[in-house]
Design a protein around this ligand. Structure first.
Ligand code: GUN
Length: 747
């Protein structure tokens, strides 16, 4: 019988002893991750909301949370249990799971929040952790010191220090039980960082971000974003991050996009008691509701009017269910967005729901001034603008480094088109990364002054419309750089099918927009083109070749119309194809330009039905590469990986100063695995965490990497599931999805 028919759900299966307390990431979108925390009371899938249960007032029974809503974990307060003799007795005798009648994962808090609300608590630092252990909680919390936003910097510093001083004793008292190590630091970036770095050095299982309740209550979402940005990058990546006391669904997408894994909140019950309805669009008052903002199961049989007439207890119970269902639905939406790679788009949509959230979102994603500002530029600004500019300046702008960590974690190529969402689209982190990759890796064929022709006015694919024109232009003006103007920026013609540039879903006028001359020059400069004359050709016109001739003659690039002598076309077409493969190797596989040219020079091609390159064949007849039609990417075959790796002369790099944007030219990153894993990888099995010895610093989730053994022999290649800093730290989960099977290819 299914759960909904019986109204019951089976109790969880305890994880394997060896997996207990381990966290693995199973899917991701930049910093956002779908994870699994393995516990004695089952798996807690993240992102998750742990509803707060007050053992004295149960608005919704914990068992119902398990049975009806499938909630895998909740949080209750050990201090409240400890203070009430009957609760304490029951918990000590039968355990906390029995006390609250819940079979899933139970996290407990320590009384810190009570000390923030009511002043001091009477319990000792070790005492409260020992108590949590003795009642059988899955995840305990140490007694941290709450840092309020109104505290002076010195007082906050003291709160951070005292919390750190308590770590050792707390961890000792916890023994084998997972322990939360909360991060404090108020609104001070350095203190948050200090707290994250120093707490992260202890053996905690989870890091909650504490002291944020008063910030959220006052809608100071920009401060919340700053706290996240300051903290997340400093924490050990293999531990879940929990937002203490955060349960408003409106905030989930932005916080998940920044790396939050867990939320807890009493909001569903507190708001219900106050006749308020939660929603990802903000909060509603029951008295204003004519029609349910979302028709969730708890209210399908009820009108708002009928609910208003209920007695207090029944109304609170019904609204609490409504709020919980809404909260779970938004969390589910966020998870789907992470799987789809659209979590920042969801955050962008949600940001419109509250002015303070919009402010936070814009603060994160948009730069008021271009980076690399000169001091003269700064002097010309009014004071406010100068402060804003400094805040984002890479040298003086303290937040730029934190934000660039978020940006650099983005997987660039997506399977789907990019939905245009207004100018915000250009600030999506993966778009910033895609542009940065292109601009840092791609190189024009000539470094000298070159004329540039920008094709403008129509969405792709451009090859059908423009290939003939481009080939004829190349026959008379071989040095001319031809670029395509996309809504996401300029794209070299050789990369005209590259996702996301080539696949923007938006109104057709987007392709007709023209950049002003200054911005156009700036964009071209970013592609390292030393532009002489810049011409823009509207490719929406019918007689394209004629229009192009007229334009080029007018600007003195041609003296007479383009002659139609197509005898060179096959050779020129071959050159263009070669250039396409070279540029993809450079931009997508991080191969240096000269290596790529050398590699591709002696290759031949198999052309598909659409006239595009299907397979690239080396001089020995081996199929080494295949351009992907769906996303303009490049698949490397087993033989291809051997060929590319064979050209690499450096071992794994250990460059702490590595610039995540800059291609090093060393090809796909290397990942060195332990001998135990070698025979499995050779047979095409995935690489698991725990077997990795080292890797190149440019390893990024979603990109191709090469797998080598300890002696530097290539044993496979695949799609990385983690970034370099995570490869060595995670203890569970897949690190690389292997795409090769050397046991068959090299029999
Ligand atoms: N609940 C909400 N905020 C906090 C915090 O900062 N620390 C602890 N322990 N619990 C909290």
């Amino acid at each position: 019988m299914t759960a909904w028919m019986s109204g019951q759900r089976d109790d969880p299966t305890p994880c394997r002893e060896s997996d207990r307390n381990k966290f693995e990431v199973v899917a991701r979108d930049g910093c956002a991750r779908i994870g699994k925390l393995h516990t004695a009371h089952g798996v807690l899938e993240t992102p998750a909301l742990l509803p707060v249960i007050n053992p004295n007032i149960r608005t919704i029974e914990p068992r119902e949370m398990w049975d009806r809503y499938g909630i895998q974990g909740l949080i209750t307060n050990s201090y409240i249990i400890w203070k009430h003799d009957d609760l304490k007795q029951h918990a000590l005798e039968n355990g906390v799971h029995d006390l609250i009648n819940y079979p899933g994962v139970i996290m407990t808090d320590s009384g810190t929040f009570q000390s923030y609300v009511y002043g001091d608590v009477e319990v000792g630092v070790e005492e409260i952790v020992e108590f949590q252990r003795s009642i059988g909680v899955d995840i305990a919390t140490m007694l941290d010191v709450f840092s309020r936003p109104d505290m002076t910097e010195d007082d906050v510093k003291q709160a951070v220090e005292t919390t750190i001083e308590r770590c050792e004793a707390s961890l000792k008292a916890a023994e084998h039980v997972m322990l939360n190590g909360p991060i404090q630091g108020g609104i001070y970036r350095d203190l948050r960082k200090q707290s994250a770095i120093r707490m992260g050095a202890f053996d905690f299982s989870i890091h909650p971000i504490g002291g944020i309740v008063p910030i959220m209550e006052k809608h100071r979402y920009k401060d919340l974003a700053k706290i996240m940005l300051a903290t997340i990058g400093e924490l050990p990546p293999e531990r879940p991050r929990h937002m203490f006391g955060c349960g408003h669904p409106m905030l989930f997408s932005m916080l998940i996009a920044l790396g939050a894994d867990l939320f807890d909140s009493a909001a569903y019950a507190l708001f219900a008691r106050d006749n308020r309805l939660l929603s990802p669009q903000g909060t509603y008052r029951l008295k204003d509701i004519h029609s349910w903002p979302e028709l969730v199961p708890s209210v399908v049989d009820w009108t708002p009017e009928a609910v208003r007439k209920l007695n207090d207890e029944d109304r609170t119970a019904l609204l609490a269910r409504y709020n919980l269902e809404i909260t779970l639905a938004e969390l589910s939406r966020c998870k789907q967005a992470v799987h789809e790679g659209t979590i920042w788009q969801l955050a962008e949509q949600r940001s419109h729901q509250h002015p303070a959230l919009r402010e936070a979102f814009l603060w994160l994603t948009t730069r008021p001034f271009p980076s690399g500002l000169s001091s003269e530029f700064l002097q010309d600004l009014v004071q406010d603008d100068r402060d804003a500019a400094r805040e984002h300046h890479p040298n003086g702008g303290i937040w730029e480094t934190d934000w660039s960590q978020v940006v650099s974690r983005q997987a660039i190529q997506r399977k789907k088109g990019e939905r245009w969402g207004g100018e915000d689209t250009l600030s999506r982190p993966h778009i910033i990364t895609a542009r940065a990759h292109l601009q840092h890796r791609w190189r024009p064929s000539s470094t000298g002054p070159t004329d540039v022709l920008v094709l403008n006015g129509k969405p792709g694919p451009w090859r059908q419309r423009c290939d003939l024109l481009v080939l004829r232009l190349k026959s008379v003006l071989p040095e001319l750089e031809i670029l395509v103007q996309t809504p996401l920026g300029l794209l070299p013609y050789s990369l005209e099918d590259l996702n996301p540039f080539a696949q923007v879903d938006g109104p057709t006028w987007l392709w007709k927009r023209r950049l002003n001359t200054v911005l156009l020059r700036e964009e071209i400069h970013r592609l390292h083109i030393n532009a002489d004359r810049i011409l823009i050709l509207d490719i929406g016109q019918d007689s394209l070749i004629q229009e192009a001739s007229t334009l080029l003659i007018k600007h003195g690039l041609l003296e007479e119309p383009l002659q139609v002598d197509d005898s060179h076309l096959p050779q020129l077409r071959d050159d263009l194809r070669r250039r396409q493969v070279v540029d993809k190797l450079v931009v997508l596989a991080n191969v240096s330009y000269s290596e790529a040219v050398d590699l591709v020079e002696s290759c031949t091609y198999i052309i598909g039905g659409t006239g595009r390159v299907k397979n690239v064949i080396d001089k020995h007849g081996n199929h080494i590469l295949s351009p992907r039609l769906a996303d303009g990417g490049l698949s490397i075959t087993d033989r291809g990986s051997m060929t590319i790796y064979g050209r690499r002369s450096t071992p794994v790099l250990d460059d702490k100063e590595y610039d995540p944007y800059a291609g090093s030219g060393h090809g796909p990153p290397l990942l060195v695995v332990e001998q135990d894993a070698v025979e499995f990888v050779l047979r095409g099995r995935n690489v698991f965490h725990g077997f990795i010895i080292k890797c190149d610093p440019w390893l990024r989730a979603g990109q191709t990497c090469f797998i080598v053994d300890e002696h530097g022999t290539l044993i496979g290649h695949g799609l990385a599931q983690c970034d370099a800093d995570e490869a060595l730290r995670f203890r569970k989960g897949i690190a690389v999805r292997t795409r090769s099977d050397f046991s068959k290819t090299f029999k």
